[in-house]
Design a protein around this ligand. Structure first.
Ligand code: THU
Length: 134
């Protein structure tokens, strides 16, 4: 699975976004060390706070399938019905969820259809709070 293929999987996942409130459609594709890919899209709610981001849908789907080790995640987002032209960085809550399950070599591809930035977990979440404090 190339980085471009992972981004394409995120673009496809984005079509499943349920986003009637923000009209921002987000897709994520998470590559596990097993080689399998788990996808997610944002799931909104009339009560707003139950909304779950695309990245967390992908992570929790992977965890439910028994995965515990991950390589990278691709994220695309933007106005519903439009091409993802602007890079859409993961929110702080999703970064913290990545921190729970991923090591320092985990990569985040913040992508559009044609370009992307590749960042490591410590780059997008420096000085992180994790299990080592327990
Ligand atoms: N959203 C994501 O899916 N991922 C992020 O990392 C940031 C935000 C979603 C949540 C909400 O449905 C919409 O984008 C607008 O915030």
């Amino acid at each position: 699975m190339t980085e471009k293929e992972l981004i394409d999987a995120a673009i496809t996942a984005r079509k499943s976004a349920y986003c009637p409130y923000s009209h921002m459609a987000v897709g994520a594709a998470l590559l596990a060390k097993s080689g399998k890919v788990y996808t997610g899209a944002n799931m909104e709610n009339a009560s707003f706070t139950p909304t779950v981001c695309a990245e967390r849908v992908a992570f929790f789907s992977a965890i439910m399938a028994g995965e515990r080790e991950f390589v990278r995640i691709a994220v695309v987002g933007g106005p519903e019905g439009e091409e993802p032209l602007r890079e859409f960085p993961p929110c702080g809550v999703c970064r913290q969820v990545m921190s729970e399950f991923c090591g320092e070599d985990f990569e985040i591809l913040i992508a559009t259809r044609d370009s992307y930035h590749r960042l490591t977990l410590p780059e997008i979440l420096p000085f992180r709070f994790n299990e080592s404090y327990f």
